[in-house]
Design a protein around this ligand. Structure first.
Ligand SMILES: [Zn+2]
Ligand SMILES: [Zn+2]
Ligand SMILES: [Zn+2]
Length: 131
């Protein structure tokens, strides 16, 4: 899998004298700054999900780094009211959501998350990216 090239936005000095710094992503192996954080990393950070393994992008760790590990995550499909627990459907004992929703397992590593927390692409589990 080839990664899209990461952009590097230099610090910018604004007319009022303040500086705008684009958040940088550090390698999760050695801490080297690799470039601007991607939308996916922002979305995952905002939603409290683990950040992608970027060691493959790192000049130091890349040659010996394993492929990013697939991580299972449970996703729930249903109406917003159901997911918020504000519907009139029955909820089975011990279940988090009503019977009108269904649960799937997706691979977090290879899914695409929107910053709202919505999953725009869910890669089915078991993930076919694992060799
Ligand atoms: Zn590294
Ligand atoms: Zn995967
Ligand atoms: Zn419901």
């Amino acid at each position: 899998m080839t990664m899209p090239a990461r952009t590097h936005t230099p610090d910018r000095t604004n007319p009022d004298g303040t500086t705008t710094i684009k958040m940088q992503r550090a390698c999760n192996g050695c801490g080297t700054q690799l470039g601007d954080v991607t939308d996916q990393e922002m979305a995952r950070g905002i939603n409290g999900l683990p950040l992608p393994d970027v060691r493959k992008e790192c000049p130091t760790c890349g040659p010996t780094a394993p492929e990013p590990r697939c991580l299972p995550m449970t996703t729930v499909n249903g109406d917003k009211a159901c997911l918020d627990g504000q519907c009139d459907h029955s909820v089975e004992p011990g279940a988090d959501y009503c019977t009108n929703t269904d649960k799937h397992t997706a691979c977090l590593t290879h899914s695409t998350i929107h910053s709202s927390g919505a999953i725009t692409h869910a890669e089915p589990w078991p993930c076919q990216h694992t060799t």
